[in-house]
Design a protein around this ligand. Structure first.
Ligand code: FE2
Length: 291
């Protein structure tokens, strides 16, 4: 057995403590990462899978600051871009430059195999109000959606076809399916899933070796099953409950549990009373998935 850690939405490199459902404690993230480093020493994970919003601002400096903090964990990690990271036209260039030593190749979507597990990472693009697909945020400030672009479907199908014998998980910033209704509370700010999630589910159905999808973006914990595929959306490291997922991988299954930091003060400082529900229910916090 071996383990990896799923971390999402650390929103590093900013002093701006904004609010989503709870307060994003961006200014405290150097201390949060320091605590995470100490806590992970006991778990000895093989790597971290980081599903986006590594940097809180889409600037080259913020990307470097995010990289330095992630490097300070002193563990291998695989970064995935989120909509904060990739808001500006140059952002993917910065991402590839900054994380070149962490990425398996020269693309923001990629795959790798670690021991008995294959991992595929996708990079959704923006759908602008006029319907056009674009790799960066709409410059008029209007609402955009997110979609997995066609060239990544082609790449994914070829990659999965070449790895049919390996248990596989998918990782991307945006969830594939909507937030479950039981977690859509009054006033809940949950920013959505990819618009072409149904097409992605249809594609994945042809590859039964794909067992789970790990994502972030929604800043809440939930685990849902959709036609045999488990969707694991994980809360933000920068927001209550300041948690991460431990994933223990065995020959014939993987097991996920949700862990908080040893220093509980970070979660307390982020919490807005009444919004504890972002931590998810019991079913959102642990699961065993058989291969
Ligand atoms: Fe985020």
């Amino acid at each position: 057995m071996w383990r990896f850690i799923h971390v999402s939405d650390p929103h590093l490199g900013s002093q701006s403590d904004e609010q989503l459902n709870n307060v994003m404690i961006c200014s405290l993230m150097p201390e949060v990462i320091g605590c995470l480093r100490r806590d992970l020493e006991a778990l000895e994970p093989d790597f971290l899978l980081v599903t986006g919003d590594l940097a809180h601002e889409s600037t080259r400096d913020a990307m470097f600051a995010a990289r330095d903090l992630m490097d300070s964990l002193d563990l291998p990690y695989y970064p995935t871009g989120g909509e904060y990271d990739f808001a500006s036209p140059e952002a993917r260039e910065w991402f590839l430059e900054v994380f070149s030593s962490r990425l398996p190749g020269a693309e923001t979507y990629y795959s790798f195999t670690h021991k008995n597990l294959h991992v595929c990472v996708l990079d959704p693009w923006w759908r602008w109000p006029d319907g056009a697909l674009c790799p960066f945020r709409c410059t008029t400030g209007e609402e955009c959606g997110w979609v997995v672009p066609p060239h990544q479907f082609d790449w994914l199908k070829a990659d999965l076809d070449a790895h049919r014998a390996s248990p596989t998980v998918l990782a991307m910033h945006h969830p594939v399916t909507p937030t479950p209704e039981r977690l859509q509370r009054n006033g809940c700010r949950q920013p959505g899933h990819v618009e072409n999630g149904d097409l992605l589910l249809e594609t994945l159905a042809a590859f039964p070796q794909v067992k789970a999808v790990f994502s972030g973006h929604v800043h809440m914990n939930y685990i849902v099953q959709h036609e045999g595929l488990i969707h694991v959306a994980s809360s933000a490291m920068a927001e209550y409950p300041v948690e991460y997922r431990e994933v223990v991988v065995a020959d014939d299954h993987l097991e996920i549990r949700t862990l908080g930091l040893s220093e509980a003060l970070f979660a307390t400082q982020s919490l807005i009373e009444g919004n504890e529900w972002v931590a998810g229910e019991e079913q959102d916090r642990a699961i065993r998935i058989d291969f």
